[in-house]
Design a protein around this ligand. Sequence first.
Ligand SMILES: Nc1ncnc2c1ncn2[C@@H]1O[C@H](COP(=O)(O)OP(=O)(O)OP(=O)(O)O)[C@@H](O)[C@H]1O
Ligand SMILES: [Mg+2]
Length: 308
Amino acid sequence: MYLIDRVIHDRIVEKKIRLDEKRPLPASFVNRLRKELMIEYTYDSNAIEGSTLTLNETRLVIEEGITIGKKPLSDVQGAKNHPKAIRFIEDIVYNSDKITEEKILHLHEIILKGIDPSAGNYRTSGVFITGALFTPPRSNEVPQKVRDLLEWLNNNIEEFSPIELAARFHHSFVKIHPFSEGNGRTARLLLNAILMKEHYPFIINITNRDRAKYLETLQEADLGNLEPFVNFIARSTERVLDIYLNALEEPEILTLKEASLISPYSADYLGLLARKGRIGAFKKGNKWMITKPALLEYVNEMKEKKKR
Ligand SMILES: Nc1ncnc2c1ncn2[C@@H]1O[C@H](COP(=O)(O)OP(=O)(O)OP(=O)(O)O)[C@@H](O)[C@H]1O
Ligand SMILES: [Mg+2]
């Protein structure tokens, strides 16, 4: 039985094929996008953990290596460490065949270097997870449980789709909670190692905006229902595919009449928004036109506004 919703699954497969058809991707494009996604990923993963750095501050720390006054040094250090951890994940993906216990410990060491004395070591005492209804295993059981999980991973690569495999691994890993700190950040990167090994694009980002959903679906998984979490990861995967495809493919250009057919707005209303400069429309001759991404951006923006 598939846990991924059939519709989402088919959409992802179709998008992945479309992206793979464009390979090899232009190097300059990949480098630019990689840099941008790395900054966003660093921002989000550290923000989920509670870092106070904004996206722009994260960018400054990574690109200029500077320290942000008034912000905790550990937050700045966290932002500096993450790109190194991401590079290590890429190294695992491209230069070795398996994720090993040693590599997991090294990954943890990179993530928490200069922040936490436990960097690179399993926890040596009990731990609680805020919001979870269960207690993770005793610390003396951790190393064996991690090894068992890795064995499970290697034995089940053919058994599950990559997204389901990565999601199941992620959940099991955070359930073991091998470390006193940095479990989520390590697990989110390991999820990427699994997906990138299966040629999913750099890098599946669990955003801080989705934090509540991430934690809720993990909680549901604790109760034995993995479906919401697997689908949550599937949607995060689809988002990165969209980023690549939107950047690589010529955007579809619509007349306002066409735009009205795929949005909740009439052509007249879209014309009004265009004249007021409220949507990213432009004139071709004397006719208003809009790209599909610009239209969808407006539709989503309005949806978000309604929610608030
Ligand atoms: N109900 C739950 N079941 C399983 N795992 C959970 C649950 N709630 C949270 N977690 C995991 O525990 C992580 C938090 O653990 P920890 O503080 O060690 O990680 P972190 O990397 O320091 O922080 P964060 O993951 O918040 O960035 C969460 O990110 C999530 O991955
Ligand atoms: Mg933490």
